[in-house]
Design a protein around this ligand. Structure first.
Ligand code: CO
Length: 146
């Protein structure tokens, strides 16, 4: 009888031990899983922070510069801009004018009556010299930088 009781006690002890081992083993993965989730959550805002940083390059693209045509001249006659900048010429004069490249066809406006405007977005680095075909003495220059 004593042996039987001992065996039962041992079996119970083993059972309790197995219970705690199982319980602890179950807890361990649960404990390790949350940090993995926490790390993923922490990493997510970082790309989100990087995205706004890459937004500023889009700002120069939206930049618009105006050149006023008045008193038979382009104002300013010399202008430096960054690539992606849109330049708009507005004829604020009493006579018609054009915005025409000295060479090439980058700038090739129709005849602009007073009040009319012409726009061109500069995408290439370099210098664009232009004039008015009606008044060849009217000269202008756009310098495009990176
Ligand atoms: Co002119």
């Amino acid at each position: 009888m004593k042996n039987t009781i001992l065996v039962i006690i041992i079996l119970v002890a083993i059972g309790i031990g197995a219970f705690y081992i199982t319980k602890n083993n179950t807890k361990v993965p649960e404990t390790y899983t949350p940090p993995a989730i926490t790390n993923t959550t922490t990493n997510t805002p970082q790309p989100a922070t990087t995205t706004p940083s890459s937004t500023p390059p889009a700002v120069p693209t939206a930049t618009t510069v105006t050149v006023s045509i008045k008193n038979f001249s382009f104002n300013p006659s010399s202008l430096t801009i960054k690539t992606g900048t849109k330049v708009t010429w507005i004829n604020n004069d009493s006579a018609p004018h054009t915005v025409t490249s000295d060479s090439g066809i980058a700038l090739n406006s129709a005849t602009l009556s007073p009040g009319q405007s012409y726009s061109h977005t500069f995408t290439n680095i370099g210098t664009e010299n232009y004039h008015c075909t009606i008044h060849p003495m009217m000269k202008g220059k756009i310098t495009v930088t990176k």
